[in-house]
Every structure is written in C-alpha cells, then in structure tokens.
Design a protein around this ligand. Structure first.
Ligand code: HGY
Ligand code: MN
Ligand code: MN
Length: 427
C-alpha cells in the first residue's frame, strides 16, 4: 500500500526487536570480559564469520528479501518497490569484526537496515523505490588488508582477481580459498554494474565526541585519510648474553624506536594526526635470543591529505636513518591507502534535517574510522549517521551504545530511507 507522507513520517522502528538481533549476532564469536562487558570476534572469512553471515542471511530470507551473494561474498538483500525501473536505496555496513570486537561496530548498521525493512513490511508500506540492506566482506581489513575490501571491489576500486589473491596476515590463507571454504563465493558479478540511488550507513561513532558533548546524532560529513604500512625489519639473531651491545643488529629495539617515533610524529604534526603501531610479530620471540626479524604495521590517519603525505614522508626518512644506525634491513609495503572522502552535501543536509525533525540534537563531524560508505560514495550520493559510544570505546569488547541512542539512530535511518525511497526518477 502506498502511504501518505505524514503516515510515513510517523513510522518508528521496534528497538527491542533490533536489540534482540544485535545480541543474537553478538553471541557468535562471543567474548566475555571480567566485569560483565562482552563483545565478539568474527575475523573475515573465518568459521565464526560464516556463522554470522548464515544468521543474517536467514533473517533476510525470513523477511522475504531477494538475497544476492556476489563473487567476493558481499551480500545484498532487496525488498522491491512499487516501481522496479527505479534504482533502489541501499543501507548497510559490515558484520565481520576485529579480534577484540564489540557487538555494535558494523553490526548495528546492517541490523538496523533489516529493522527498517521489517518496519516497512509490518506497516504494509510499499515505497516507490526498492530498499536494499547489504553487508560487505572484510570491512575491518584486520585479517586481509586493506580494510573496506568488499565495498572497494563492489564499486570497482580494486579488481576482483587481485582481491581474491590477498593473503591473510594471521595464517597466510588466500582470500579466494577462504571464501570458497565458507561457501560465500557467490554467483553475482562484482563490481556491480548498477549503482544504488543512494547509500546511507548507520554506525557507532567509536570515539568520545558525541558522548562528551551530550549529542545524540552525529551528522558525518566525510571520512579521514588512511595509510597502513607493513614494515619488515631483518637483523641478526644472536645470544642475549654473549653479544656485546655494539655488535647487535636488533629488530625489536628498532620496533620500539619506531613505535615511539610514530607517537612523537603525531605530537609534532598535530592537526588531528593519529598514528598506531598495532601489530608486532617477533621471530623467534624467545627470552634469550636477540631477534632476527620483526614485522610490524603502522596506521597513520589525518583529515588533511597533504598532512598525511607529510607524515608518510617523515616516517620513510626515519626508517632509512634507523636501518643505517642499527645495521638492519628495513623494507615497507603499503597495506591500505585511501584519501579523505567528503560525503554528498545534500545527503548530509538530509541526515541533519531528518534528525532534527525527530527532535534529536546533532553535530556535524568527520569519521575517524574507515567505513564502507567511503567506497559507496564513489558511485552514489552517500551519507552516514553516528550514534554515541559509551566512554568512546570501540575495537574493545566493552564497546557499548545505549538503547535510546540506538533507537534514535535507527529511526533517523528509517526516515532518511523512507524519504529517499520516494525520490522521483533522477534520470
Ligand atoms: O580501520 C578502520 O577504521 C575500520 O575499523 N575498518
Ligand atoms: Mn565499522
Ligand atoms: Mn571496526
């Protein structure tokens, strides 16, 4: 049934139903903390990721959606609209997590998308344009770099064959083999020939700003630039007791100096520069052996592209000097490099005006984290909605967002989607 605008504007999601789904999905790969906090671990293309995928696909099919799985395992559920000639509105995010993941990062955007569709169905509302809910493969990039990999290939930003040959950081598995193994190498071509009419992603902020300012809805204007580098340091393994300090070529010492340098670089550059040494693999990692090899990663981010390039340049110079000083070989490989992205101004305005129409406080802001939305922005008008993170925590099992904020975010998503789905043909 078509519905008048006022009836559509009165629609609201069922937050308890949404919370039940968030917790049910969170149970897959569940990790419990010492103080009642709990999260989940579903690294991309592992058995827990498969179990999470299977559950969400079941929910999509229970809602009668047409479920399409593409060649990279991206999954899109579609509820048809009244006019099938019109491009649909897409919502979505990711359901893979990091190793210490919370149950809201990514999952909220996908499950709120399902909730939006269920709300329309339960009120017999048929929108002019179809509505799609998607989850993209390997958004985190923690196992297979780069991050946002599934959506990057979905929009044609990386060749499918190249993505399928990426090797896992943890166990060396090939991405394409893992996709086959978990049964998600789908028949639908990737990249996709047709772009959605628009894409909207609901996501937790994963930082402290909204909570600190007492604001309910973050109106996201864009995503900061991301630079991931793998650094391999080859020294000389030696006896910890007999080897004089002047004769050592110690890659672990170098790793420590690099981590300290990255921290100092953020202070020197300022301008919101952030830097992280997140992974350090030591070989042979033994108490009485000066190590022979270290592999570490450096994650640099900045909202300003020229500042990010300056940070990369300074790090490169530093590594060259360090290798000469310590007599080690240092080689680098880029794992991810994405420039800052600005979202479509009219879409950003739409999120802001919708949130304010619903009576919520709002604040415009950039995203410190990467998101699939930054890739969809390459092919269609895109925007994001943020909800507050308690204590600004994420990529931590204590990640939490209050039910009232989840309801607010999901209702803004619902109302933005309803408006977009009534948009007249643009072509
Ligand atoms: O790294 C990121 O910002 C995201 O969590 N993939
Ligand atoms: Mn995320
Ligand atoms: Mn994340």
């Amino acid at each position: 049934m078509m519905a008048g605008e006022s009836r559509l504007h009165d629609l609201r999601i069922d937050v308890d139903r949404l919370l039940r789904r968030i917790d049910a999905l969170g149970e897959i790969g569940r990790i419990d903390g010492p103080n009642g906090e709990w999260g989940n671990a579903r690294l991309a293309l592992t058995d827990t990721d498969r179990a999470g995928r299977d559950l969400v696909v079941t929910w999509m099919r229970d809602l009668g959606l047409d479920v399409a799985i593409d060649a990279l395992g991206n999954v899109v559920g579609t509820r048809e609209g009244a006019d099938r000639t019109l491009a649909p509105v897409m919502v979505g995010s990711h359901i893979d997590t990091v190793g210490t993941g919370g149950r809201f990062d990514g999952n909220l955007g996908v499950l709120a998308g399902l909730e939006v569709i269920e709300t329309l169905a339960r009120h017999d509302v048929v929108t002019e344009r179809g509505v799609q809910v998607a989850f993209f493969t390997d958004e985190e990039g923690a196992r297979f770099a780069p991050d946002m990999l599934g959506s990057l290939v979905y929009v044609g930003g990386l060749a499918l064959e190249e993505a399928l040959d990426i090797v896992a950081a943890d166990d060396g598995a090939r991405l394409g083999d893992e996709l086959e193994r978990i049964g998600y190498a789908g028949p639908v071509p990737c990249p996709h020939p047709a772009a959605p009419h628009a894409y909207v992603e609901l996501h937790i902020e994963q930082g402290p700003i909204l909570e600190a300012e007492g604001v309910t809805i973050g109106v996201v204007e864009g995503v900061q630039g991301i630079s991931w580098t793998e650094v391999v340091i080859v020294g000389q393994s030696a006896h910890a007791g007999t080897t004089p300090m002047r004769l050592r070529h110690d890659p672990v010492y170098c790793a420590g100096v690099i981590a300290a340098y990255v921290r100092d670089l953020t202070r020197t550059l300022g301008h919101d520069q952030v830097g992280t040494v997140g992974r350090v693999d030591v070989y042979p990692n033994l108490v009485n052996v000066v190590a022979s090899r270290v592999v570490l990663t450096v994650d640099l981010r900045n909202t300003d592209e020229s500042m990010l390039q300056e940070a990369e340049r300074r790090l490169g110079t530093f590594l060259e000097e360090l290798s000469l000083d310590e007599g080690v070989e240092i080689s680098t490989r880029s794992l991810a490099r994405f420039e800052p992205v600005a979202f479509d101004a009219r879409m950003v305005d739409r999120v802001e005006s919708t949130a304010q129409r619903l009576g919520h406080s709002t604040r415009r802001m950039p995203s410190g984290a990467g998101h699939d939305a930054q890739m969809l922005a390459r092919i269609c008008p895109t925007a994001m909605i943020f909800t507050p993170s308690v204590n600004g925590l994420s990529h931590n099992i204590a990640e939490f967002t209050e039910a009232s904020d989840i309801a607010a975010g999901a209702n803004v998503l619902l109302q933005v989607v309803v408006d977009l789905a009534q948009d007249a043909p643009t072509d």
